[in-house]
Design a protein around this ligand. Structure first.
Ligand code: AR6
Length: 175
């Protein structure tokens, strides 16, 4: 699925975030310590190799809503933007913190002259954020920021499962 908003191409694609070879940057759904883990963080660190964890060490810990940037090492991407999403039911206000992840990631990408960036569904796995609510925040945050983006011309949501993909498609249609 493809939409154009304020000159930015917005895509939804099913797949693995660690396998987006046509994107300048990918976003990690990180933990506070910026270490490898399950889900997205596991896939990214496995593919990037141990240099990524080394580069992350001096940047940790990060706070919910914060984003930091590293190189991509063995990934096919120049950069990884690491975001810490809120743990649903613990980090408050969770909607604001989740929106901050998208906003801060896009601002960092802009500052680094990044042309294209792919996001996973931050917080919707181990951190328990209900997908539908999280998706509305994700899409709105990107749409709200689109007009300020000068360097970024493509934003992709990379969605893992069939069911989650349907939710994203439905929500993007209604925004
Ligand atoms: N590519 C794209 N999406 C994926 C992939 C993948 N390879 N693997 C899972 N997903 P999660 P969180 C989807 O748990 O909720 C980690 O262990 C998954 O279906 O990766 O922010 C970290 O170390 C879900 O919809 O991130 C942290 O401790 C979404 O990506 C913690 O989990 C996010 O799932 C972060 O939890």
């Amino acid at each position: 699925m493809n939409e154009k908003i304020a000159g930015v191409n917005l895509e939804i694609k099913q797949g693995d975030i660690a396998n987006q070879s046509d994107m300048t940057a990918i976003v990690n759904a990180a933990n506070a310590q910026l270490k490898t883990g399950g889900g997205v963080a596991g896939a990214i660190h496995r593919q990037a190799g141990p240099e990524l964890e080394k580069a992350c060490r001096p940047l940790a810990p990060i706070e919910p809503g914060e984003a930091v940037i590293t190189k991509g090492y063995n990934l096919p991407n120049d950069y990884v933007v690491h975001c810490l999403g809120p743990v649903y039911g613990r980090d408050k206000p969770e909607d604001k913190l989740l929106a901050n992840c998208y906003k801060n990631a896009l601002e960092l990408a802009e500052e680094n002259n990044i042309a294209s960036i792919a996001f996973p569904a931050i917080s919707t796995g181990a951190f328990g954020y209900p997908l539908r609510e999280a998706t509305k925040i994700a899409v709105k945050s990107v749409v709200n920021k689109a007009q300020d983006l000068k360097n970024i011309d493509k934003v992709r949501f990379v969605i893992y499962t069939d069911n989650d993909l349907q939710v994203y498609q439905e929500i993007i249609k209604n925004i």
